[in-house]
Ligand binder design. Structure first.
Ligand SMILES: [Zn+2]
Ligand SMILES: [Zn+2]
Length: 257
């Protein structure tokens, strides 16, 4: 395999691990309960999510639920309405840090939003040692680069596994700014096809904000949600379940968020 293909393959491996955790487990599973995580998988998510992605699953779920409750209003943690398209990059980081701090302090305004999530904020954040996973991934990137004899392979690993800030920016910013709408929702959510491809379905924000209980973010013919494809594959392996049938599309939780 040429070095260029190796760089691409290693980047994609890291990217897919990150995207599986964020869009399938954190977002569709933990935050919206649009898919049912087995107790074992939820426990695994609680232990490994922060290590693999660098992002705390409970704080992510809290921030995302706040985004759904307050979409594109003053209280939205990451709307381009306030931060501007590029400012969302820093805005989402500041909001995440604030929410994490409030959850650790036990502020009920925040803890009640995620009271159904039975595990705590990760110990890495409670002990203020959140940097350790980043250092571990830098060490792994160095090892991978050394093993394959190319620093670019190591960099590709790091950029792929730590890609969430860029994915998040694309979804929170571009998919609330540019695209088409299938639903006349009260927010500015759009369906952006480029973001939908790159972020495995997350770019269909207008569909998702209008039908948060659906595991499939595609809605009409021609829309393809690759993240839903990951859900179907995971379901085949028996690690999660996609609710189907009348009545499952609007759970109490999803009616709220
Ligand atoms: Zn949104
Ligand atoms: Zn959502």
């Amino acid at each position: 395999m040429s070095t260029l293909w190796l760089v691409f393959a290693v980047f994609m491996a890291g990217y897919l691990i990150n995207i599986f955790y964020i869009t399938v487990l954190y977002h569709r599973g933990l935050t919206h309960r649009a898919i049912e995580l087995s107790p074992g998988l939820e426990k695994c998510l609680a232990y490994t999510g922060n290590w693999l992605t660098g992002i705390d699953p409970k704080a992510w779920a809290c921030m995302h639920r706040l985004h759904h409750i307050h979409s594109d209003t003053d209280l939205d943690p990451h709307s381009p309405v306030h931060y501007g398209v590029f400012g969302v990059m820093l805005g989402q980081l500041r909001s995440y840090e604030k929410i994490l701090g409030q959850l650790i302090r036990g502020n009920p305004e925040y803890t009640e939003i995620v009271s159904d999530i039975k595990f705590d904020v990760n110990i890495l954040n409670r002990k203020k040692i959140w940097i350790i996973p980043y250092l571990v991934h830098i060490a792994l990137a160095y090892g991978i680069g050394h093993y394959f004899g190319s620093v670019w392979v190591g960099i590709a690993y790091f950029l792929g596994i730590m890609s969430h800030p860029i994915q998040g920016w694309m979804v929170n910013s571009i998919a609330h700014h540019s695209g088409y709408r299938n639903f006349n929702s009260a927010d500015n959510s759009k369906n952006n096809v480029v973001v939908a491809v790159l972020a495995f379905g997350e770019g269909f924000q207008n569909n998702h904000h209008s039908r948060p209980a659906s595991a499939n973010f595609a809605y009409k013919a021609g829309e393809i949600d690759l993240g839903y494809g990951l859900c179907l594959v995971a379901e085949k392996f028996g690690v999660l379940k996609i609710p189907r049938g009348v009545g499952v599309q609007e759970t109490e939780l999803n009616a709220t968020y």
